[in-house]
Design a protein around this ligand. Sequence first.
Ligand code: GDP
Length: 436
Amino acid sequence: KPIIAIVGRPNVGKSTLFNRIVGYRTSIVENEPGVTRDRIYGEGEWLERKFILIDTGGIEPNSEDVLLKDIRWQAELAIEEADVILFLVDGREGLTATDREIAQMLRKSQKPVILVVNKIENYTDVEMKIFEFYELGLGDPFPISAEHGMQVGDLLDKVLTYLPEKEEEEENDERLKIAIIGRPNVGKSSLTNYLLGQKRVIVSDIPGTTRDAIDTVLKRGDQEYILIDTAGIRRKKKIRENVEYYSVIRSLRAVDRSDVVLMVFDAVEGVTEQDKKIVGYAHEAGKGLILVFNKWDLVEKDDKTMQIYTKRVYEELKFLSYAPIIFTSALTGKRVMEILDIVDFVAEEHAKRVTTGLLNEVVEEAVAMMAPPSDKGKRLKIYYATQVSVKPPTFVFFVNEPELMHFSYLRYLENNLREAFGFNGTPIRLLVRKRD
Ligand code: GDP
């Protein structure tokens, strides 16, 4: 999927625009349970074109005092990885020195840049307000109001004209694709090298789709896997450091192409805010997901540590209670090979289909145990449910009045489906449709 990045100094309305655009899509997929808040990456869709939207402002954790160097860094990141850049400026405040600074960097890039002037609600004096932005040398300023959703659709129309004609040819490869993601230094490359270094494993390289990435084919018994290279995991540390900057976005691309995601954490540091965002993306993208807590050898432990640790992780990552946890050490090799067994298992769950008959039995029983929500004397009625797709398993519930469906009831239904069918390690999607 193409990547669109929103760049701009703080408070110009980047996250408002982000939510606007990703919000359009949310209304299409309806009430998806467990959606994370505070997102910086999201899948958007416009006129049936899907894309990934990045709010570069959200990548820096301390957005309170964003320094110029951070903005510069974000712009560089966008230039490096995005297909289209939305450069957002504030039409109310007018042109600032920082805007000029960013513009200068963007002008030098070869990427399409759309100069977007935000906070334009009043059309009587649009020309006056956008006029000064011509000076940035980035073409015609495009006025919008992110907050009121004005002109945002037109902006997306314009964005589409810059995207490549066709989506990158999706690989029809039947082999299981694994993405190993996580912050720098959690041990991704050590784990990868350990996996690849085993006697029972046969390894060969295939050129990746992104410039200098190299995917690896890994054979174990009859099973073949493709390890998607993220940020040149197999490259030497020295060389990798230069590209580490961009590893977040590379990770997203890898997630996109994968079936199963191994999210690696540093067990000593635990779950960080950035981890939550990255893993939240994998969840929303509907991938099979395994939580790997590496450097377990460094954790002081007794026979209860693992249990307590697990509980704490699920408390912190509530929406991921379906994802298996494994504690590894790339240093000693402990449990590293078990990862592949879990991958096999999760991949099966991710592609699992249940029959309509069984599904509706479970739904009926759930409804009998707890009545669906009602409002103003009207009660939600579920006529029937059906599984419409896999990877991830997706279900449509046909009902009398979709508005009556409540988030907590969807959660309840999801729990019932999971109790009955497992779906371990995979998100599932519950959609609600009106049946006339
Ligand atoms: P990456 O950036 O996520 O690929 O992380 P690396 O694989 O380069 O590892 C970063 C550092 O952590 C290196 O010095 C590794 O030797 C070390 N390391 C990785 N895995 C483990 C582990 O399980 N235990 C310990 N003690 N150190 C590890």
